[in-house]
Design a protein around this ligand. Structure first.
Ligand code: SAH
Ligand code: DHB
Ligand code: MG
Length: 221
């Protein structure tokens, strides 16, 4: 792929702000070696998530889509010592890699990985009467986003911040939603986000190391 200026700028920003370290690099290397897809958030995006955790003073975070634990590491690092991250992952192999990476990064005891289909895990969590989550990061299969939003709202409180990755995907969401199930799923998710009066939300388009994409941000009313 031709090198675009935003790739160079993401490198520049990553270096300038010191957004790489041994634990994060080792975690990505371990995930790559284990054959996991290289689709984790960028360093700058991870840092953004970390800042959001601290901006809302989150003590309980929910992540949907763990992969190798890269975004989870950034999220968990933003928590106070007693804070907790629950992260949901379908693939036990991904969860195993993430477990090792999070432990090696020193945030293991703050992170609970729940293995299984996220919709089932979310329904189970709702029945456990846990403390509501202050921040939710949705980043699993795109066809599930609408369900994950609905199920997350049952685990949220007024002011909970919800961030969803990959809602633009080179524009496919707006331009060719019928072409693939992921785009259809994202489109349904955005329509729900736009019309559900339990949330206020917007979409921010982004460019960077992962190309042209965007995130949805919502707050529970
Ligand atoms: N948040 C991660 C990337 C997640 S990639 C990071 O930035 O580091 C998406 C992950 O969602 C993959 O690991 C995939 O196995 C998982 N996934 C896909 N379908 C799922 C489902 N139905 N339930 C839970 N996890 C799912
Ligand atoms: C894919 C998934 C993601 O969460 C992402 O950030 C990029 C790509 C994918 O499934 O291709
Ligand atoms: Mg993603």
């Amino acid at each position: 792929m031709a090198e675009q200026p935003w790739h160079a700028v993401d490198e520049f920003v990553t270096d300038l702000f010191g957004l790489r370290d041994a634990a994060l690099d080792a975690g990505v290397a371990a995930a790559d070696t284990a054959g996991l897809p290289h689709i984790q958030v960028s360093a700058a995006y991870g840092a953004f998530l970390n800042l959001m955790v601290r901006a809302v003073g989150a003590r309980h975070i929910l992540e949907i889509g763990t992969l190798g634990g890269y975004s989870a590491t950034w999220l968990a690092r933003g928590l106070p010592p007693q804070g907790r991250l629950v992260t949901l992952e379908l693939d036990p192999r991904h969860a195993q890699v993430a477990r090792a990476n999070l432990d090696a990064a020193g945030v293991g005891e703050r992170v609970e990985i729940v293995v299984g289909p996220a919709a089932e895990s979310l329904a189970r969590l709702a029945g456990e009467g846990r403390e509501p989550f202050d921040l939710v990061f949705i980043d699993a299969d795109k066809t599930g986003y609408s369900d994950y939003l609905e199920l997350s709202l049952a685990l949220a409180h007024r002011g909970t911040l919800i961030i969803a990755d990959n809602v633009v995907r080179q524009g496919s969401v707006a331009l060719a939603p019928a072409d693939n199930p992921s785009s259809v799923g994202i489109r349904h998710f955005l329509e729900k986000l736009a019309t559900d009066d339990r949330v206020d939300a917007t979409v921010i388009q982004t460019v960077g190391a992962k190309g042209y994409d965007g995130m949805a941000i919502a707050i529970v009313r």
